[in-house]
Design a protein around this ligand. Structure first.
Ligand code: HEM
Length: 464
């Protein structure tokens, strides 16, 4: 067989007998796929079912929607399904080989190093920091409201500030004022570039002078310079603590563990990207759902008042079950991480169908969470489905599944509960008069397109 024939063959889609859109359908849908990938994925899954093949050259690209198949890829056969995908390639161009984008075997070492930063004692210890981040953003965004007064406020902007402040305080403690603040801002901007790279249909060489590549190079240089300052300062002054030279925030842990400066940079940028937009988006959608259903909101407030003390990062486990159920259900309807991708190292079988090495699996928590076969009234906001141990959990993966489960899961849920408590104890949130739900925009996380304008009313001392 000639080289040309081999190359032509590798350009042909591998036919594995799974239905899906034709190349013509894809060409027709090109703009809508880019503009609104969630609606496109919903349409193809409605049309072709739980396993959909996209017409790509070479090994198949499959949308995998059945919870059993999802568990197979992410959990049971996870060693065969790795993160060598366009999505993670794009991310790695900003984060380097940080924990989220890193592939096995290096990954397990990264995970072991970062784990102590997310231990329970550590979460308890950062409760005050997270509460302060929330209060700070609330005073800035809502401080103008007198008791009884109302205003329409973009809560998406508000939760963005809270998310950035909370992750910053947890990662860098009190360093937040100087270099850390610059790092948070620069990383937040870099997230936009990750989205562009992940979406480009034709892969471009890293060195090609495209506008995105040039902006990326500038952003990376900026991130390098800021982390260098941050690390140099911490190395010079230390921070100390029990068993630590450099302090028990994430920056301290990474420096104590002997990582190189470049590795520390990759982990810090990873945590900021993974940790703030996701929580911010989740909070904005949660507030929308609570504004639409005042009875659910009242029950949250009653539970928080009954607790009789400030909520901490670990209270979501037992002390405030209704608030926790609200968070779980909001993450079901609006999971910020809308697509998880993997590529197979060797051949495997999905839904009884043989798939070759190199197959790409796309799993969308957004679709899995709205699957009518798994959830009764899938589009209804009903927190009670999460009350009681283990109820309603099949096909639920806002934080992923298997060994690569989100390391920040407890942190994120804890933060959401703390922020909701700070906001709802003093304010009522409702929908403005001409209300229509913002459409979701699938970026690094699923954000409300154009923000989330909600009516906030400052409660008086009698909470009226
Ligand atoms: C509501 C908030 C969050 C959501 C919905 C979320 C979602 C996810 C998902 C779905 C994954 C798995 C990705 C995959 O398997 O391909 C993941 C992994 C990860 N998340 Fe989160 N996340 C959230 C908050 C956070 C926070 C607060 C942090 C850190 C401060 C964080 C750091 C990470 C890291 C480092 C990984 C990679 C873990 C590994 O591969 O070992 N996340 N997250």
């Amino acid at each position: 067989m000639s080289i040309t024939t081999t190359r032509l063959q590798s350009m042909q889609p591998t036919d594995i007998g799974v239905d899906g859109p034709t190349p013509f359908d894809m060409a027709k849908a090109f703009h809508s796929v880019r503009r609104d990938p969630l609606s496109f994925l919903r349409r193809v899954s409605e049309q072709y079912g739980d396993l959909v093949a996209f017409p790509v050259p070479g090994p198949p690209a499959l949308l995998v929607n059945d919870p059993d198949d999802v568990r197979h890829v992410l959990q049971e056969a996870n060693r065969n399904w790795v993160k060598r995908t366009v999505q993670y390639g794009a991310l790695a161009r900003v984060t380097g080989q940080g924990l989220l984008a890193s592939a096995e075997p290096a990954w397990i070492e990264h995970r072991r190093l970062a784990a102590p930063a997310f231990h329970h004692q550590r979460l308890e210890a950062v409760s005050d920091e997270v509460r302060m981040a929330a209060d700070h953003a609330l005073v800035e965004g809502l401080g103008h409201l007198q008791p009884g007064a109302s205003d329409v406020v973009d809560v998406a902007a508000l939760t963005h500030h809270v998310g950035l402040g909370a992750v910053g305080r947890a990662l860098f403690s009190a360093d937040l004022s100087g270099h850390a603040q610059r790092l948070l801002d620069a990383t937040s901007n870099a997230a936009g570039l990750v989205v562009r790279l992940g979406r480009s249909v034709l892969p471009t060489a890293d060195w090609a002078p495209t506008p995105t590549n040039m902006r990326l190079r500038m952003t990376r240089r900026r991130l390098d310079a800021i982390t260098a300052d941050l690390v140099a300062e911490r190395r010079a002054y230390g921070r100390g603590g029990p068993g630590s030279v450099y302090g028990d925030d994430l920056l301290g842990l990474l420096l104590d563990s002997g990582l190189s400066d470049a590795q520390v940079r990759d982990e810090l940028v990873t945590m900021v990207i993974a940790g703030h937009e996701t929580v911010a988006a989740a909070l904005a959608w949660t507030l929308m759902l609570l504004a639409e259903q005042p009875d659910v909101q009242d029950r949250v407030r009653e539970e928080l008042v009954e607790l009789g003390r400030p909520v901490s990062m670990l209270d979501h486990r037992k002390a405030v079950p209704w608030t926790r159920a609200v968070v779980d259900e909001a993450l079901r309807l609006y999971p910020p991480a809308w697509a998880i991708s993997r590529r197979s190292v060797g051949p495997d079988m999905i839904s009884g169908i043989d798939v070759p090495a190199g197959t790409m699996a796309i799993i969308s928590p957004w679709l899995v969470h709205r699957r009518a076969a798994s959830w009764s009234e899938p589009l209804a906001f009903r927190p009670e489905r999460f009350l009681g141990a283990g109820t309603g959990r099949t096909g639920y993966l806002p934080f992923g599944q298997g060994p690569r489960l989100c390391i920040g899961r407890e942190f994120a849920i804890g933060e959401m509960v703390v922020v909701l408590s700070r906001l709802l104890m003093c304010n009522r949130v409702s929908v403005p008069s001409d209300w229509t739900r913002p459409r979701p925009a699938a970026l690094v996380a699923v954000h409300p397109r154009g923000g989330m304008p909600l009516l906030l009313t400052r409660l008086g001392p009698g909470r009226g």
